[in-house]
Design a protein around this ligand. Structure first.
Ligand code: NAD
Length: 260
């Protein structure tokens, strides 16, 4: 095993959408990258090649974040390839397959969303945090950074996707818990809370949000882009908000700004 001289960041769900926006930003900021996704490497080759053109070393980790052996395998792959991990971005997440009213929604959908959106990142954080603590013990100048990508759904009630809202509210609390537990080891933990971002996840509700945005849903009258979220994560990963652990960065164009 060799140890990368560059800092290394792991971005889950990093081959498209918001995750790819974050990976592009971190590659431009000089991180080597471990990019996770569920698809086979051939299927995501274009995204990986694009990231490599930014001058970064890219390791693809095919794994389902909801599965413990998948999470462990990812961390082992990163140890073997880079010998270090400085930044974890828990980005992978899913919306419910069907937006179902609270009175109709199923336990299957609830379990799926909790597994991928909350249990997966919570226990991946545990695994990575243990390794970061080890790295800190070996090198007192080591500083780690963990970013959880939640959603405005952590606070805004949508009665047609209660499972999603609950999973993201859980991510908000997980951020506070890990921030409190890891500060003594020089590891900062943050939540980045996007609003309405144009990705595959929101492609089926384009008309709905076009209309809502035109009617004033957000203060800034436009959709957010993956790059908007990438920039926020870049600030955190570069350590520019180092005395602000546990905080929430809203990237929502003012969607949650209270107005009269
Ligand atoms: P997306 O569907 O475009 O991309 C999600 C990525 O995560 C995909 O690459 C997918 O394959 C991967 N993924 C899904 N389940 C996985 C699993 N079990 N294991 C590993 N990878 C998995 O979605 P997006 O819009 O880019 O969303 C990224 C994150 O941002 C999600 O956590 C989502 O909840 C959150 N978010 C999105 C929006 C939005 O408007 N798009 C708003 C707020 C928050």
């Amino acid at each position: 095993m060799s140890t990368s001289t560059k800092k290394v960041a792991l971005v889950t769900g990093g081959t498209r959408g918001i995750g790819l926006g974050i990976a592009r930003q971190l590659a431009s900021d000089g991180f080597n990258l471990a990019v996770n996704g569920r698809r086979g490497e051939q299927e995501v080759a274009a995204a990986l090649e694009e990231l490599k053109t930014l001058g970064t070393d890219v390791l693809y980790c095919q794994a389902d974040v909801a599965i413990a052996s998948g999470r462990a395998g990812m961390v082992e792959q990163i140890r073997a390839k880079f010998g270090r991990l400085d930044v974890l971005v828990n980005n992978a997440g899913v919306a419910p397959e069907v937006r179902a009213d609270l009175l109709e929604a199923t336990e299957e959908s609830f379990d799926r969303l909790m597994g991928i959106n909350l249990r997966g990142p919570y226990f991946l954080t545990q695994l990575v945090a243990r390794w970061m603590v080890e790295q800190r013990a070996a090198d007192p100048s080591f500083s780690g950074c963990i970013v959880n990508v939640s959603s405005v759904s952590a606070t805004e009630a949508s009665v047609n996707r209660g499972d999603y809202c609950l999973s993201k509210a859980g991510v908000a609390m997980a951020t506070k818990l890990w921030a409190a537990r890891l500060a003594e080891f020089g590891i900062q933990v943050y939540e980045v809370r996007p609003g309405v971002i144009r990705t595959d996840m929101t492609s089926s509700v384009t008309d709905k949000y076009d209309k809502l945005i035109a009617e004033g849903l957000t203060v800034e009258p436009r959709w957010g882009n993956p790059e908007d979220v990438g920039k926020a994560v870049g600030v955190l990963a570069r350590g520019e908000l180092s005395y602000a652990t546990g905080n929430v960065i809203l990237v929502d164009g003012g969607l949650t700004l209270p107005r009269l």
